[in-house]
Design a protein around this ligand. Structure first.
Ligand code: ATP
Ligand code: MG
Length: 373
């Protein structure tokens, strides 16, 4: 699957334009503040209907305009790959509208993930450096897009959790708290099992990507559950462990007015082995080590899409070599070539920085939000 056409109106600083994109991709060269990241943001918007930079929708509307609209034409070898995904947002009324081939899906969720893409960005280092919330959000996005049912159950879990927390906060009796426990442990265990299975499935690949980019050390990825799992592995065992953990936490949660165990406390543990001891990258990683770990997570995201959706995701690389040493950059490039990635949209600030696919990608320029080729 690849993006064959893109139509843009009033999205940030991007000029109103209609682009035909080559199946292999394109390298976009432009100086700072010309719209490189904005272009990738507009494309990725068609996958999740949100900004990958975490911006609110109204911030995406070009200054002085009332709406934006982005339309992507997806193409592929199979006829069912062909679809037109459109997303529009209007400031007045805060209305978001998604269509697939012109039809509005019953729920916004039904349109999610029609376009398959992964963004690589220097800002990804926040996946390692920021708090656990950033890693849970990464997990939730990857799993929502690739594990059927995950998003619905996650929303159910969050709803129950907030009800239960409200009951705890108000200091209502134990009874009004415990009515939520069955739903909480059932939905929470589902979420935890999915996260656990995802980590188990991909930890080996994570290590190997880490090693291939760093050229030496091996990185590890582990699931760090927000409750004592003991040996619990499958859903029923996790439900049981969750129940026990809630019992043990009764006094503490009463005092704090908050549910203190569960997947809302999950984290991903990322480490490298140094002098025979595992070092937590979240705490001790150097800049380059963190960027490498973030990159390995993105490569795992690519592999997840490839396996779960049987599609080659579009690679959106935003200035990724900016802060890596030349060795790492070279290894990433050759890794991308070996992985037989599909369409690649790459942004770079200077001509000399593009070496992907032995310079075979067509080069476009971007100036003042407008593309030239
Ligand atoms: P860099 O190389 O520095 O990362 P870039 O080419 O990626 O630059 P973008 O992040 O795409 O630059 O942003 C380009 C410009 O878009 C900025 O000057 C910014 O002010 C402008 N911009 C951001 N939001 C809007 C908006 N809603 N309307 C109009 N312009 C906007
Ligand atoms: Mg940028």
């Amino acid at each position: 699957m690849y993006l064959s056409g893109l139509q843009i109106r009033h999205f940030r600083n991007l000029a109103e334009q209609q682009l035909d994109l080559p199946a292999e991709g394109v390298a976009i060269v432009g100086e700072n503040a010309q719209g490189k990241t904005n272009l990738l943001e507009a494309i990725y918007y068609l996958e999740t209907f949100r900004s990958f930079r975490g911006s609110r929708d109204d911030r995406l509307v070009a200054f002085g305009e009332d709406f934006f609209r982005v339309v992507g034409s997806l193409d592929g070898s199979a006829p069912e790959d062909r679809v037109e995904v459109a997303a529009a947002f209007q400031n007045r009324g805060k209305r978001k509208k998604i269509t697939l081939d012109g039809e509005e899906p019953a729920r916004l969720g039904d349109g999610l993930g029609r376009l398959a893409a992964v963004v690589f960005s220097p800002a990804d280092v926040a996946l390692i450096s920021n708090g656990p919330g950033a890693r849970r959000r990464f997990l939730d996005i990857v799993l929502s897009l690739n594990v059927p049912g995950y998003l619905g159950i996650l929303q159910r879990f969050r709803h129950i959790l907030s009800q239960r927390n409200a009951a705890l906060r108000d200091g209502r009796g134990r009874g009004t708290v415990e009515v939520w426990d069955e739903g909480l442990t059932e939905s929470g265990a589902w979420v935890m099992e999915a996260r656990l299975q995802w980590v188990e499935r991909w930890r080996g690949e994570f290590s190997s990507y880490y090693q291939r980019v760093s050229g030496a050390r091996e990185g590890q990825l582990e699931y760090q559950p927000g409750l004592k799992l003991g040996g619990a592995r499958d859903r029923e065992e996790i439900v049981e462990a969750f129940r026990v953990a809630l019992l043990e936490a009764r006094d503490r949660e009463g005092r704090l007015g908050n549910t203190v165990v569960g997947p809302q406390r999950d984290d991903l543990l990322l480490s490298v082995t140094e002098e025979e001891a595992p070092r937590d990258l979240r705490e001790y990683g150097s800049g380059g080590q963190r960027r490498t770990a973030a990159l390995a997570l993105r490569l795992v995201e690519v592999a997840t899409i490839r396996e779960a959706r049987r599609q080659e995701p579009i690679i959106l690389m935003d200035d990724v070599f900016a802060e890596l040493d030349p060795g790492r950059s070279e290894r990433i490039l050759s890794l991308m070539e070996e992985e037989e990635t599909g369409q690649v949209l790459l942004t770079v600030p200077k001509e000399s920085d593009i070496r992907l696919r032995r310079d075979s990608l067509p080069r476009w320029q971007i100036r003042g939000g407008e593309l030239y080729w």
